[in-house]
Structures are given as structure tokens and as C-alpha cells.
Design a binder for this molecule. Structure first.
Ligand code: GLA
Length: 402
């Protein structure tokens, strides 16, 4: 393990990267940084059509998101039609020609993702991959699919039917089903990012890499409100050392620009997902986003934190009253620090960092990633945060305590 000389022992203890068990099983070079893209579910839900996917691809290019690193355009649930007499799955009438859609997305320099379940049905009750894993993987590859979101959904009933009252055996059955699809995807010879959707039960971070997953959900579904986003953030503390290049914790897709989230909430959500090395899968209507939302989703300094090649997920270093201090260790000994005000109060007195708790000694030259300003960060630097807002900085050359 490479340990940059410029990071203090205290910070290292908190941010230490430990290779996840089984990660050597990862044979492909996919998802070396957290996947970036867009998925239809959080905005379109069950209504998504071929046209919405094409519009999203167009908007990803026109908005500058593609240039900022977004790559995958992912169709979520409700694209599925019926199986024919040979068992081959077809798309439904909302998606008249999946191959043509993939060609269109590829012609924009982007990649196409799709959705299924190891169970008989998807979460929305559509046809899924049980007993057709190999056939479905071949179909996806023939269409030109580049990413699969595989959702546990109805497979929990299969698990309990096969091993009633035996949770350990049920988990073995789930892992075997996931490994089966991983092998089926690999057998196609097409590089396909493999993502698990699950409610976070049974600690998928412990065994995700061993069944070929590039990312695994670690909570129940996100929704476009601050309480839910902050609840999910809290559930991430302690998971950092399970993530790394090729295998990521997934706190769920972004809600930036959705619902009634304020700009502060959108900024905080995006900042904290970057600190978490989370997949940045936008979930808003890209063809109708406001300039402010676009500016958040394309903030290259924040994206650079998320996509940092070291792949070391950040963590909460300490809380002080109602403010939280998170940090992420970056390539070359650099450090990202986020101060979050999760509550709705704006405090009269500004917040002051305790630099020693971050392993830092003396004033530090830093860059405020939301204002672009260069600042000198010290224990005296006043951090004034509105409710639900964030202060995010990068220190390229931290001076650390002895
Ligand atoms: C589950 C997943 C969501 C979405 C829906 C689709 O709830 O967690 O992200 O994929 O299924 O039915």
C-alpha cells in the first residue's frame, strides 16, 4: 500500500485504505473511478421511454456534462417486454428498437445501461432474469449494453422458498445468483459495468467484489428530500475501507435538481457524494435543468474529488455541535475537507475548524470548491453556513502535524 509522506498518522488512521476482501477477484478494469452518468428512475420512474433516453443523451452532450466526465445513460426498470418461444427477452413498446437506441447513444460518444433482477420479476413487476441469465446477458451484449443495474427485488422470495428460516443459506443463494450473472456478462466478452441494487441488507460491501460487482447499493432508496439524503449519508460512516478502484459503495443515485431541493441542499448532496467516492449518476431531467443545477452537476473541482484516482472514500472525522467535518485523502497527499450543516439553523457565530483534529498544523493554502476562491484555512477562519449547506475545500499540499 502506498502511503504519501505528507499525511499525518492521525488522519491516516481515519482514512486508511484497506483492500476489500475478494477484490483480487476483479479481473476487468471497469469502474476504476466511480461510474458517472445518468439514470431514468429518479425523475421518470415507470414512465420512461426511448425518447427520454435519447433526450438525456443529447442533453448530456449539450449541457457539458459529457465533457465533465459523465458517460453512462442508464435505462432503469419498465423497459422489459415478453420472452419469445425461445426465451429471448424483448423490450416493450416504449422501447421499439433497443439496438437502434444503443447505436444512437454510442454515436454521441456515450454508453448505454440497462436494468434487471435475478428474480422472476423486477421491482416494478416486469419480466426479469431468473433462469435466463446467460440468454439475457447475450441479448444485452448484442444490443450494445455497457452497464447493468441488477436489482434484488423478487429474488428475496426465491431465497426464502429455497432456504426457509435459514438466513445464511439465503445469502449464499443470493451470492450465487449474482455470481452467475457476473459470469454470464463476462462470457459475452463485452465490458459491462455490474451494479447491484439492494436495500443494504446483508452487508454487500463485505462480499460484493467476490461476486464480480463493481458497485453495490448500501441503503434503501433515496428520495428528493434533505432528511432522506442526510439519513443515507449517516449510514455511510464506517464503510470507507470497503471501496476502491473497481468496487464502490453506492449510496444511491443523485437527486440533484429533483423535487424541491434547495440549491444549498443540491450542493451539499453533490459535495458529500464526492467525498464518499460515490457513483455520480444524475437523476434529474437533463433537458430541463436550470443553469444553477447544471453548474452544480458540472463543477469540475468537485467531480475531481469524486473521481480521484486513489479511489479512497472519505469519512466523517468529527462532529461539533450541529456541524460535521468530513475528509477525503486524495492522490499526491492532497486532502478534501467538507464542513456540513445538516440542520436547518443558520448559526449566529461562524464555525471554526479544529485543524489538529484533521492532523493539520498551522495555516493551510486551500481552494474553496464552490466559490473558486483561494483561502488560507486556519483555526480562525470563519465558516458561515446556512442550513443544509456545505463548505468544501481542497488542500493540495497539506502541512501536517508531527
Ligand atoms: C428499486 C430500486 C430503484 C429502482 C426501482 C425500479 O426500488 O432501488 O432504484 O430501480 O427498484 O423498480
Amino acid at each position: 500500500m502506498r502511503v504519501p509522506a505528507s499525511i499525518s498518522a492521525a488522519v491516516l488512521t481515519l482514512l486508511l485504505f484497506v483492500t476489500a476482501p475478494g477484490s483480487q477477484a476483479q479481473t476487468t478494469q471497469l469502474a476504476q473511478t466511480p461510474p458517472m452518468g445518468w439514470n431514468s428512475w429518479n425523475f421518470f420512474h415507470e414512465q420512461v421511454t426511448d425518447k427520454d433516453i435519447r433526450n438525456a443523451a443529447d442533453a448530456m452532450v449539450a449541457s457539458g456534462m459529457k465533457d465533465a466526465g459523465y458517460e453512462y445513460v442508464n435505462i432503469d426498470d419498465t423497459w422489459e417486454g415478453e420472452r419469445d418461444a425461445n426465451g429471448v427477452l424483448h423490450s416493450n413498446k416504449k422501447f421499439p428498437d433497443m439496438k437502434a437506441l444503443a447505436d444512437y447513444v454510442h454515436s454521441k460518444g456515450l454508453k448505454l445501461g440497462i436494468y434487471s433482477s435475478p428474480g422472476p420479476k423486477t421491482c416494478a413487476g416486469f419480466e426479469a432474469s431468473l433462469d435466463h441469465e446467460s440468454q439475457d446477458a447475450q441479448t444485452y451484449a448484442a444490443w450494445g449494453i455497457d452497464y447493468l443495474k441488477y436489482d434484488q427485488c423478487s429474488f428475496d422470495k426465491v431465497q426464502s422458498r429455497l432456504a426457509p428460516g435459514d438466513p445464511a443459506a439465503q445469502l449464499r443463494i443470493l451470492r450465487a445468483a449474482l455470481a452467475k450473472m457476473s459470469e454470464a456478462l463476462k462470457a459475452t466478452g463485452r465490458p459491462i459495468v455490474y451494479s447491484l441494487s439492494i436495500g443494504g441488507e446483508n452487508a454487500p460491501w463485505e462480499w460484493g467484489p467476490s461476486v464480480g460487482l463493481n458497485l453495490w447499493r448500501d441503503t434503501q432508496d433515496i428520495s428528493a428530500n434533505w432528511d432522506r439524503i442526510y439519513t443515507i449519508l449517516n449510514l455511510q460512516a464506517g464503510l470507507a475501507h470497503f471501496a476502491g478502484p473497481g468496487h464502490w459503495n453506492d449510496p444511491d443515485m443523485l437527486e440533484v435538481g429533483n423535487g424541491k431541493l434547495t440549491l444549498a441542499e443540491n450542493r451539499s448532496h453533490f459535495s458529500m457524494w464526492a467525498i464518499l467516492a460515490a457513483p455520480l449518476i444524475a437523476g434529474n431531467d437533463l433537458s430541463k435543468m436550470t443553469p444553477e443545477v447544471k453548474a452544480i452537476l458540472t463543477n469540475r473541482d468537485v467531480i475531481a474529488i469524486d473521481q480521484d484516482k486513489l479511489g479512497q472514500e472519505g469519512t466523517r472525522i468529527y462532529s461539533d455541535g450541529e456541524r460535521e467535518v468530513w475528509a477525503r485523502h486524495l492522490t499526491g497527499g492532497a486532502l478534501a475537507i467538507a464542513v456540513l450543516n445538516p440542520g436547518s439553523n443558520q448559526f449566529v457565530f461562524p464555525f471554526h475548524l479544529n485543524m489538529a483534529k484533521l492532523g493539520l498544523a498551522g495555516p493551510q493554502t486551500a481552494r474553496n470548491l464552490w466559490t473558486g476562491e483561494s483561502i488560507v484555512l486556519s483555526n480562525d477562519f470563519p465558516i458561515q453556513l446556512a442550513g443544509h449547506d456545505v463548505f468544501l475545500v481542497r488542500i493540495d499540499h497539506p502541512k501536517v502535524s508531527e
